[in-house]
Design a protein around this ligand. Structure first.
Ligand code: SF4
Length: 320
């Protein structure tokens, strides 16, 4: 008899509170104000989620100019620059803001540090939509770095008071080297407690490390443009096991399973559990499987919806 393939699920994995809230906002907006509602950028970085909402009546755009006058407009979980908020205000678009409260917290930290006269360093990845939003939320020049080498290359005098803020999808472990490099190079450095930046990023990364220790192969369910999903895959590779990022079960390659006794599966913060199920189903077609879940943190974080959606019959006001 064929020995069953051990399928071990990470705990926690998949949706975080910011993603649940963002999807809820779009669904409730459609229920309340009728389709179409317009969402600037993918509400979260997952094609399956976006397609499902599109079928319900959400229209995804990259630019506010694509939104008709007066149409309900939703900002994605990644946040937007002030220039986008200002454009919505000038166009009097009724806006529901699905920016994750933890991203908003980073914006507030950045503004506070800038106000105190510090030069701001943003630890994050160039071009990521959250980074673009954060850089556009602080009315002061920001220096973007993602590695200790980039800290070395900063053209800032060493006696300049510095403050750092970080992209939420980087964990304590990701940022540690950069923060150490900042402290090594500059005399006066301030920054937030990075363990409090995003509980979900930290928990998923801790869980995938535990998972990699007991797996021969790691499958991360998530989109190619999902920063936190890519990071989970990288951690698996750093831990020395073959690690793959897949959209869903269709992307599983049978060759990966050669000589493998235990497959670890996790999912990025924007990947629904049904996609994890589709990966398990794909594995089941190849070998008998036995599914278990590692012990891990039980998350019970919830973010409240915008007031307009909490109150019955409220209308969305034009952006102010
Ligand atoms: Fe918010 Fe963290 Fe989820 Fe990003 S990963 S949406 S910051 S809870």
């Amino acid at each position: 008899m064929t020995t069953p393939l051990q399928v071990i699920l990470a705990q926690p994995r998949g949706f975080c509170a910011g993603v649940v809230r963002a999807i809820d906002i779009v669904e409730k907006a459609i229920e309340r104000y009728s389709a179409p509602v317009y969402v600037r950028h993918e509400i979260v970085h997952n094609r399956h989620v976006v397609d499902k909402l599109r079928r319900k009546g959400a229209v995804f755009v990259e630019d506010l100019t694509e939104i008709p006058p007066g149409a309900v407009t939703i900002f994605s979980a990644h946040g937007v620059a002030r220039s986008v908020q200002e454009e919505a205000r000038l166009r009097e678009l009724p806006v529901l803001d699905a920016t994750c409260p933890l991203v908003t917290k980073v914006h507030i930290q950045g503004r506070r540090y800038a106000k105190s006269g510090r030069t701001i360093v943003l630890i994050g990845h160039a071009g990521h939509v959250e980074v673009i939003g954060t850089m556009g939320q602080v009315d002061a020049p920001m220096h973007l770095v993602s590695t200790p080498e980039e800290v070395e290359a900063l053209s800032i005098p060493v006696d300049t008071p510095i403050a750092y803020v970080t992209q939420t999808t980087l964990s304590v472990d990701d940022t540690r080297g950069v923060i150490m490099a900042l402290h090594a190079r500059f005399a006066d450095v301030e920054g937030p407690d990075v363990s409090e930046i995003c509980y979900a990023t930290q928990n998923r990364q801790t869980a995938v490390r535990d998972l990699a220790r007991v797996s021969d192969l790691l499958i991360v369910v998530g989109a190619a443009n999902s920063s936190n999903s890519n990071r989970l895959r990288e951690i698996g590779a750093e831990m020395g096991i073959p690690s793959y990022l897949v959209d869903d079960g269709d992307s599983v390659d049978p060759v990966w399973l050669d000589g493998v006794a235990a497959v670890g599966i996790t999912a990025g913060a924007s990947a629904p559990d049904e996609l994890v199920d589709s990966v398990i189903a794909a594995l089941r077609l190849l070998r008998p499987v036995r599914v278990s879940q590692l012990d891990g943190v039980e998350e019970n974080v919830e973010f409240s919806l915008p007031a307009e959606l909490r109150m019955p019959h409220a209308t969305v006001a034009a952006a102010e």
